[in-house]
Design a protein around this ligand. Sequence first.
Ligand SMILES: Cc1cc2nc3c(=O)[nH]c(=O)nc-3n(C[C@H](O)[C@H](O)[C@H](O)COP(=O)(O)OP(=O)(O)OC[C@H]3O[C@@H](n4cnc5c(N)ncnc54)[C@H](O)[C@@H]3O)c2cc1C
Ligand SMILES: NC(=O)c1ccc[n+]([C@@H]2O[C@H](COP(=O)([O-])OP(=O)(O)OC[C@H]3O[C@@H](n4cnc5c(N)ncnc54)[C@H](O)[C@@H]3O)[C@@H](O)[C@H]2O)c1
Length: 482
Amino acid sequence: MLHYDVVVIGSGPAGEHGAVQAASYGKKVALIEKEAVPGGASANTGTIPSKALRETALAIQQARSRDAHGIEFSVSETVTIPELMGRRGLVTAREHSRIRNRLNAAGVEQFRGVASFADAHTVRITLADGSFQDIQAEVVLLATGTRPSHPPQYTFDHQHVYDSDSILMLDTVPRSLAILGGGVAGCEYASMFAALGVHVSIIDSKPRLLPWLDAELSIAMQDLFALAGIDMHQERRAQRLEVGDRDVLVTLSDGSRLVAEKVLVAAGRQGNVESLDLAAAGLSATDKGYLEVDEHYRTKVPHIYAAGDLIGFPGLASTSMEQGRVAMTHALGKKYQQKVAELLPVGIYTIPEVSSVGATEEALKQKGIPYVVGKTPLTENARANLIGEAVGFLKLVASPQDGELLGVHCIGPHASELVHLGSAVMALGGTIHYFTQAVFNYPTLGEAYKYAAYDARAEMKRLGLPGAQLQPPAVSAVPKTA
Ligand SMILES: Cc1cc2nc3c(=O)[nH]c(=O)nc-3n(C[C@H](O)[C@H](O)[C@H](O)COP(=O)(O)OP(=O)(O)OC[C@H]3O[C@@H](n4cnc5c(N)ncnc54)[C@H](O)[C@@H]3O)c2cc1C
Ligand SMILES: NC(=O)c1ccc[n+]([C@@H]2O[C@H](COP(=O)([O-])OP(=O)(O)OC[C@H]3O[C@@H](n4cnc5c(N)ncnc54)[C@H](O)[C@@H]3O)[C@@H](O)[C@H]2O)c1
């Protein structure tokens, strides 16, 4: 039987980065993937493909809004969604070769097949022809990810009723689309399809879209959705779907009805555990198919770790890769990175983008922590105007005592890039005075930080708060000149 120090199951962000991390410590590592291509939901069905469609939708929206008189824009009735994902083929192919090259360079041995436990230290690889090979492992990393959940009340025929995987195979751009579920996936697809000229309705059980976001941000997002012509049916569920010749009739929980040519169900995900035979290793999953782990990503069987979507919240490619690395660092007794950073940014690729890092006003209020807010509209930012996307705002939340930056919330062009600057300042314990004193390139979106910081400082001055004054620690956050 083959023997490895570490066996990783799944080649998505958690598996890839976990395997490479383990190999970098000089360990003998095997990675098992059931699909012909590596990269999981990130490269193949979720992150990258959805962002490829978004780039096309954004380009169409920008072309429409750039006042190019005499040029009309419309989406052809015969174009397919795969065709609209312009650069998807190229980006995905490059991701596949990047992942393979990295794994090969690190010396990770790759196996194709479905992995399951024969016992807690033996992983069985079942090949397409039914034959199998057993391999022994000192440490196992489970990174098998999730798939769209299929609530039993809906029938998914992938011709009228789709999930977030199959929607990307649409063979035409529909006239109308009803999206069941206003989570991140539902919101992103809603704004993409609306930009493609589709009449979109969102049906969501919550009173506000993405209610965990800073309230001002999520309300601004809802307002911009309404301006884009997206109909919102909130605090309601879709009770029944009736597929007709041309359209689907959707009956909501309050008895109201709507008609759409296609329906996308984006109502959460569930863990890929069925094929693993967890019981053979002494493990079990939650009812959503997630695995419970401790702060080191260790399951209740100490040499078996789990990372990525399989452990539930937050379910992002960005955090999954860090969890994979941290899990392997702990498993192999190394000290370098024992924890995933506490500041977790979230990037939502709606049109416009929404991004956030650190504390929200609501969270601070709940904890009784005082704060001040500084805000600047991106309509006043020269770069946002130049690129024809002068919409949204940048908002800073800071301590009234010394101006320490506590949170950054942004809706507008490239928001997911923009929050990284605030995130770095926060991680280094900086204050809003860094922004008031720093020189920014001009014109840039980043320059908006200066005006949001001035706004926070003005508020502190008005209220006579000490944070308005430059404090010694704040000065040290400004680059030294001598
Ligand atoms: C529409 C959509 C858009 C998204 N956009 C973003 C985004 O913009 N930013 C972001 O950070 N995140 C985004 N995500 C989330 C992101 O895709 C996931 O968080 C990420 O892919 C999770 O990585 P993972 O490694 O845990 O699992 P996955 O990427 O799901 O990989 C799991 C792998 O395990 C393999 N596998 C499963 N079972 C077995 C088995 N028994 N044997 C062998 N192999 C097995 C699977 O084939 C798969 O390749 C998006 C998700 C969706 C659905
Ligand atoms: N940019 C990003 O980071 C990004 C983008 C897309 C997806 N993702 C990830 O993909 C995963 C899936 O996202 P998701 O949006 O499908 O799940 P989700 O769990 O985030 O949201 C599902 C939403 O659907 C609602 N809902 C559930 N059943 C319903 C019903 N029958 N009728 C009406 N509403 C219903 C829920 O209340 C919730 O608001 C998440 O982990 C998410 O983080 C991330």
